[in-house]
Design a protein around this ligand. Structure first.
Ligand code: FES
Length: 157
């Protein structure tokens, strides 16, 4: 097995495991830590996490493939999640998508040539009252207009 956490993250895994009554319950946090460390959760990383938590690799794979927040493949430096569910659609999500496509030259599921942005469309970000909205990395942006989105994209380093 060639993937391995550095010592600091190994210590963090121990702390996470101690936090739960069962080792198995630490899987979400450990996967998130693995994703931060390795960029995405490859089959090799799944095996590594399974070994850390004494779980079958198939169990880890089920978790990774069920939750969209776990990345199975590499993405650009910034992952953009654009909501295209009802509230956001009614408030202009199609215009936001068109703006991203025009400004960055990518559609849903694509990454810019410079690897700066990956765009995904998602079903709901749980912020319908701020429609239309999107997330870039872990930050939510709502009440967007085409102009606000244009400035936002320019401001991302
Ligand atoms: S429909 Fe867009 S956040 Fe809920």
């Amino acid at each position: 097995m060639s993937v391995s956490f550095p010592d600091k993250e190994k210590k963090r895994v121990e702390e996470i495991i101690e936090h739960y009554p069962q080792k198995k319950a630490a899987i979400g946090d450990v996967l998130y830590l693995a994703q931060k460390q390795f960029g995405h959760i490859s089959p090799e990383v799944e095996l590594y996490v399974a070994s850390l938590l004494d779980l079958p690799a198939s169990y880890v794979h089920q978790i990774v493939t069920f939750y969209t927040m776990y990345l199975e493949n590499p993405v650009g430096k910034h992952l953009m999640l654009l909501c295209n569910n009802v509230s956001c659609m009614l408030c202009g999500a199609e215009d936001m998508l068109a703006k991203v496509e025009k400004k960055l030259g990518i559609g849903p599921g694509e990454t810019t040539k410079d690897n700066k942005f990956t765009l995904w469309t998602v079903e709901c970000l749980g912020a319908c009252e701020m429609a239309p909205c999107l997330m870039i990395d872990d930050k939510l942006y709502g009440n967007l207009t085409v102009e606000k989105l244009d400035k936002l994209l320019d401001s991302v380093e």
